[in-house]
Design a protein around this ligand. Structure first.
Ligand SMILES: [Cu+2]
Length: 159
């Protein structure tokens, strides 16, 4: 700080230059703080959303509330968007079953659903509800994926 003062007193001309430099340094510090704060906040937000989504998936794993019955049929509801939710469903075997896949602004590849067991590949509408008849499933694991095989889902049909 002394440096500034001395120069300011001794040479009036350098005052502008020095204060200009000072302003540049202050501006750089302020920008630095903003950038660091911004990325820090981004990291925190990402961690938060990561935790939220993983905990949702954990609860979704055991949730049976996506399985209901309607007109004597068992309806299993999945949401397709960046994968399938819930990733694992538990349903009853031996009952005529419909897999109802909801899309809502789904433009990723989970809008192309593939069920090898049924030799089925289907393009879902970006937004809508698509019923897929699963027949009367036997007990066991039933699985499907997105068109590229990177988002899996499974249904555990139990007796
Ligand atoms: Cu995919």
């Amino acid at each position: 700080m002394n440096k500034w003062k001395i120069k300011n007193h001794s040479r009036g001309e350098s005052q502008n230059f020095e204060s200009e430099q000072k302003r540049v340094i202050i501006a750089m510090v302020v920008i630095g703080v903003i950038v660091v704060g911004f990325f820090g906040a981004l990291v925190l937000l990402n961690e938060d959303s990561f935790k939220t989504s993983s905990s949702t998936q954990t609860t979704g794993t055991e949730a049976k509330n996506n399985v209901s019955s309607q007109d004597g049929k068992q309806i299993i509801v999945l949401t397709a968007k960046g994968g399938y939710t819930p990733r694992r469903s538990v349903a009853k075997a031996g009952i005529p079953t419909v897999l109802r896949v909801n899309t809502n602004g789904t433009f990723d590849c989970s809008s192309a659903i593939r069920i090898p067991e049924l030799k089925l590949s289907k393009n879902l509408p970006p937004t809508g509800e698509t019923d897929i008849d699963l027949g009367t499933p036997k007990a066991g694991l039933f699985s499907g994926t997105c068109g590229m095989g990177m988002y899996p889902f499974e249904i555990d049909f139990q007796t």
